[in-house]
Design a protein around this ligand. Sequence first.
Ligand code: PHE
Length: 335
Amino acid sequence: ENSKAEINNFSTTDKNPAEVFRIQFLGSKGLIKSLMGEMKNVPAENRREMGQVLNDLKLFAENKYEELKKTSDNGQETTGSEVDLSLPGEALPLGSRHPISIVRNKIISIFQRLGFAVAEGPEIEDDWHNFTALNLPENHPARDMQDTFYVSQNPDWMLRTHTSSVQVREMKKGKLPIRIICPGRVYRNETISARAHCFFHQVEGLYIASDVSFADLKQTLYFFVQEMFGNTIKVRFRPSYFPFTEPSAEMDITCLICGGTGCNVCKHTGWVEILGCGMVHPKVLENCGIDSNKYSGFAFGMGIERITMLKYQIKDLRLFSENDLRFLKQFTSAV
Ligand code: PHE
């Protein structure tokens, strides 16, 4: 009975209680073995009864041992052998590129084939790079064309309203000829709707060399449109006004949402405007330290959102920034 109580009350602070228990009671030098050893001193008539008692005790101890093994397995560290290294890993869900990135990359690669290099600049600009150098002096009414977000700490700082500011930075470097495209995010204080947002993405282009003509500009943009949308697409130029180009134009293409038959996107005209362009104004060249008698150039600028909407028949620009996976997942196989 004493031994049974001893077994029952067993406790240890050791990390592996089952093993301590086994050594103390069940091992070759343990209590049960030594009690078994005592059997030879038991009178023959009691041996049978004593054997029974010891067998019970042994069973009791073995049960307790199994119990201890179980509890010490739970919650204790598992040994290396229990991790099956041959099991397949958990698959990471594959993401997809954002449609704006897909189209930006495509635009970049088309112009790179024509020899344009990519230039980038800061999203927070100063007034000179964003406006003044581009022939929009302070109080010029054309500044109203682009509602600007100013940085409250300094009235000279703003979120750039176009990436023309990057073109100014490149011209200031003074290395000619220049043949660059400037992709990037721009900001305008506009009411958010299906067609406008307070931020969007642009790719602007600039080519400056001796003897650059309007014909070069047209041919470059024709090439771009055909590479982007295929060679059945129709193009038209309309005269327009920008303070930094003269002459200026806007380019329309056949509305790809309705195929030119008329819809809300093209306001039932069959045409959509995709970019502004023109010959760089001599004043802009001079502002940036380039001799306008020796050099001429063209510039253009387009919104990537608009191109993407036409390419993928997307009717609401807000989809681009809402992070709805049902929308984004549709571009998994696009490149
Ligand atoms: N910077 C103009 C805009 O953001 C686009 C443009 C660029 C127009 C170059 C003409 C020439 O609206």
